[in-house]
Ligand binder design. Structure first.
Ligand code: IMP
Length: 188
């Protein structure tokens, strides 16, 4: 029997990435990560997900990575109800284990201005991991305010506010299996 498609959320102007496109891309990124760490003989990978936006992406990603790994999470302050960032990072929840001497892969939902990740990477660098890399599902390079190296990137998207597949507006829409542009009248 054919699987029923989730109906399009009426608050979206359009869908930009279907569940199928995301799934295919996640498989490719996971393979790239597996190949890289295996080739470099980097063992003991710690995947750090940034709550809450990266949860869905990370759970799909790690199930496709063919290496031994552990997971941890951090929560940092982000947008709340608005759609622009201040860049100030406040740690709301810290990782549970030390990352000193570990190979750390930070998993983010989206890199926009880069300010959040820039601050977060400074915090993690200070804890002396053996290596520190970034994997982001989405990248809005046109909005960048600080230079950030995104080692693994799912998709580059234009400067529009998107939701779904973990990304929210005021806490909503994270459960949508696809990614779409939120109608501006929803947040204006
Ligand atoms: P940055 O500091 O400007 O790079 O902001 C990164 C954070 O802002 C992300 O982790 C998201 O939580 C949030 N964000 C940026 N753009 C969007 C978007 O289009 N939709 C939903 N959240 C976004």
């Amino acid at each position: 029997m054919e699987k029923e498609q989730p109906s399009q959320c009426e608050h979206l102007a359009r869908i930009i990435l279907s569940a199928e496109e995301i799934k295919n891309r996640v498989e490719v990124i996971a393979k790239n990560i597996s190949d890289h760490y295996r080739a470099q003989e980097k063992t003991g990978l710690v995947v750090v997900g940034i709550l809450r936006g990266a949860v869905i992406f990370m759970s799909d990603l790690i199930r496709q990575i063919s290496l031994p790994l552990t997971i941890d999470f951090m929560a940092i302050s982000s947008y709340g109800g608005s759609t622009t960032t201040s860049g100030a990072v406040r740690i709301l929840k810290d990782i549970s284990e030390s990352i000193e001497g570990q190979h750390v892969l930070v998993v983010e939902d989206i890199v926009d201005t880069g300010l959040t990740l820039n601050n977060l990477l400074d915090v993690l660098h200070a804890r002396k991991p053996q290596s520190l890399a970034v994997c982001a599902l989405l990248n809005k390079p046109s909005r960048r305010k600080v230079e950030i190296q995104v080692d693994y990137c799912g998709f580059e998207i234009p400067d529009e506010f998107v939701v779904g597949y973990g990304l929210d507006y005021a806490g909503h829409y994270r459960h949508l299996p696809y990614i779409g542009v939120l109608k501006p009248e929803i947040y204006r």
